[in-house]
Design a protein around this ligand. Structure first.
Ligand code: ZN
Length: 315
């Protein structure tokens, strides 16, 4: 029997750099005025989303992944592979880097590495983001880190609504204050912190991971092409449009706009979707900005009606 769409309940995280936009812009019931992350589609042990309604109501995504493989087609092995978050950076996040699968497997108890990508939902005028660094050689990189030459080291660029960035493992990066982002990533929490602006958290600086960072930072940094904004591909589905933002080894991510009524979907193991603007009806379910769902395997094409924008991904 065909399974219905799975709507998920997000998990929220309070962090020193967080704000209130997850409440103000998305209407979520957030736990504090420094809520920085909404784990919207996640089966990670640090934030495992529950199904909000229907046949599987109250069960976690990790449980379904393990025990209801038919929902996910042939993909169901190991751990659920992706994690989708909305990030409200009121203040700057620390400057960090992630390892690749090989380094994480060897040095982090067999964990996944982390490739991630950012769709910029909103950014204050003049907002910036950190992607990459300016060291020409490994020696120079190590000298810049050891001697805290942060201004020279860190590559900071302007950011605006609608920009898109793919962050490969080994890329120095940081979301800066005044930016709201939807992140699609490998389901991993392995982060090496390089620089935290000398801030204190509960009276102490947060731990840095300088030696591991030096091991994994790619040098020299080579900007992606295109690095942001422009779509890799544009398609029309008759009543809207979609852009493929990235296709890599771990995921493909699309921005999809619906304006009117039609059908959408196709062949994929399963789809993750987040409504980031507007409202409408998807396969008979009313949906609006801030809702996140999984279209299960073999669901095929489905009816859509409304004016809305979604970020959609699949493995
Ligand atoms: Zn990251």
């Amino acid at each position: 029997m065909e399974k219905d769409i799975l709507f998920l309940k997000p998990v929220f995280k309070s962090v020193i750099w967080g704000g209130t936009r997850l409440r103000d812009d998305f209407g979520y019931d957030i736990p504090s005025d420094t809520t920085g992350e909404c784990w919207a589609v996640s089966a990670h042990p640090h934030g495992d989303c529950e199904v909000a309604e229907g046949e599987y109501k109250g069960r976690t995504l990790s449980d379904l992944w393990k025990n209801e493989p038919a929902l996910f087609g042939k993909a169901s092995a190991g751990s659920f592979p992706l994690l989708v978050k909305i990030i409200d950076a009121k203040q700057d996040l620390s400057i960090q880097v992630h390892p690749n699968d090989e380094y994480a497997a060897k040095n982090e108890n067999g964990s996944f590495g982390k490739t991630e990508c950012w769709y910029v939902l909103d950014a204050d005028p003049g907002a910036t983001i950190v992607i990459g660094h300016n060291a020409g050689t490994r020696e120079e990189m190590i000298d810049m880190i050891d001697n805290k030459r942060w201004k020279e080291f860190i590559r900071e660029i302007p950011v605006k609504k609608g920009d898109f960035f793919q962050i490969e493992p080994g890329t120095l990066h940081a979301i800066k204050g005044g930016t709201l982002i939807l992140e699609t990533q490998q389901s991993s929490d392995i982060t090496y912190r390089v620089y935290d602006y000398d801030r204190l958290s509960n009276g102490k600086p947060r731990e840095l991971h300088l030696e591991k960072s030096k091991d994994v930072i790619t040098c020299p940094f080579v900007p992606g092409n295109p690095e942001s904004a422009e779509p890799y591909e544009v398609g029309f589905v008759g009543f809207g449009k979609y852009k493929r933002l990235v296709k890599c080894k771990y995921y493909s991510v699309y921005s999809v706009e619906f304006n009117g009524r039609g059908s959408f979907g196709g062949s994929y193991p399963f789809l993750l979707a987040s409504v980031v603007e507007g409202e409408g009806i998807i396969a008979g379910h009313p949906v609006k900005k801030g809702m996140h769902f999984i279209v299960p395997a073999k669901f095929g094409t489905f009816d859509v009606d409304g004016n809305m924008k979604l970020i959609v991904s699949h493995i």
